[in-house]
Design a protein around this ligand. Structure first.
Ligand code: DC
Length: 212
């Protein structure tokens, strides 16, 4: 079984993907980490984010077995990732690696921006997870504060809106729901409620509910 989860930054798709992967005993790939790894490599070397030859080289070096979430989860790396993610050759290389992960005999859960549309168009279940920009900004602020950091709501909201624009507006594989994706708006849900709603959709799909 392949579960494809897409949605904008901060919608809760990562948490949901991990919960579903645990529940169904499937390996999980957060594909955002692969774009973050490319951006991180460029930042470390001091190369510009629009430097295509170096970005392509970095994409080739991405190893799915060595994606360090602690290092890659920094806010600045996420911003930089959405900039390198517009480079078609980078996407081509990373998509190949993501498809290889999805092809494991056990099946897999993948989350990102283009899983249901490009990486795994034949996924058994596709979820498109959203929440209003304000709710996503509030969650992000709470997360930063819980980790002992400080940030201001207006700045985070502006960042989220800018990232949405970049992710939905790029020419190659823009963020959008697949035609056959199930929409899940988590604005009014906590993690548990979102998990139960997602699980109900997956169980229904497994039972053939989406194939009639
Ligand atoms: O989900 P995230 O915040 O870790 O993703 C960081 C950036 O990577 C995101 O703004 C756009 C890009 N990305 C992408 O283009 N396609 C994916 N499948 C996953 C992430």
């Amino acid at each position: 079984m392949i579960i494809a989860i897409d949605g904008p930054a901060g919608a809760g798709k990562g948490t949901l993907a991990r919960r579903l992967a645990d529940y169904y005993h499937l390996p999980h790939l957060d594909t955002g980490l692969t774009y973050r790894a490319v951006a991180h490599m460029l930042l470390m070397k001091g190369w510009p984010l629009g430097d295509e030859p170096h970005a392509v080289e970095a994409a080739r070096l991405v190893d799915l077995g060595h994606l360090d979430r602690a290092v890659l989860s920094a806010h600045a790396v996420g911003e930089a990732a959405s900039k390198v993610a517009v480079i078609p050759e980078v996407r081509k290389i990373l998509v190949e690696k993501q498809r290889a992960f999805a092809a494991q005999p056990s099946g897999a859960v993948l989350d990102g921006r283009d899983i249901g549309t490009v990486v795994c168009p034949d996924a058994d279940v596709k979820l498109y997870v959203t929440a209003s920009a304000e709710v996503r900004a509030r969650r992000r602020l709470a997360e930063i504060e819980a980790n002992g950091g400080a940030a201001d709501f207006a700045g985070i909201l502006a960042d989220i809106r800018r990232r949405d624009e970049r992710d939905t507006g790029r020419a190659d594989s823009p963020l959008k729901p697949a035609a056959d994706a199930h929409l899940l708006d988590t604005s009014e849900m906590d993690i548990e409620a979102a998990f139960l709603a997602a699980k109900a959709i997956v169980d229904d799909a497994v039972a053939g509910g989406n194939k009639t």
